[in-house]
Design a protein around this ligand. Sequence first.
Ligand code: SF4
Length: 88
Amino acid sequence: MSPPEPRRPSRPRCPAAPVMKEYPVRFTVDRALCCSSGLCVLTAPDVFDQADDDGRVVLLTSSPPDGEEAAVEEAVACCPSGAISVTD
Ligand code: SF4
């Protein structure tokens, strides 16, 4: 009998992702609210990163690249501290 395959981390899934009405959407992050969970980075790594020193969010772009809109919506919904805000 072969050993079980190692489990790979999966992306977080948030069922209540908001629907952004129009693209391009712009958004901001409040680093003071960020609790360094890293969920946004797992969900949309082309848009979010974490600082090496404190693990808080770093915004790589304020507007999601084409094809990343759904991932960003999920990141906004997953953020446990409400640190990511969608702006007009
Ligand atoms: S998901 Fe929210 S709390 Fe977690 S690292 Fe990203 S901005 Fe910070």
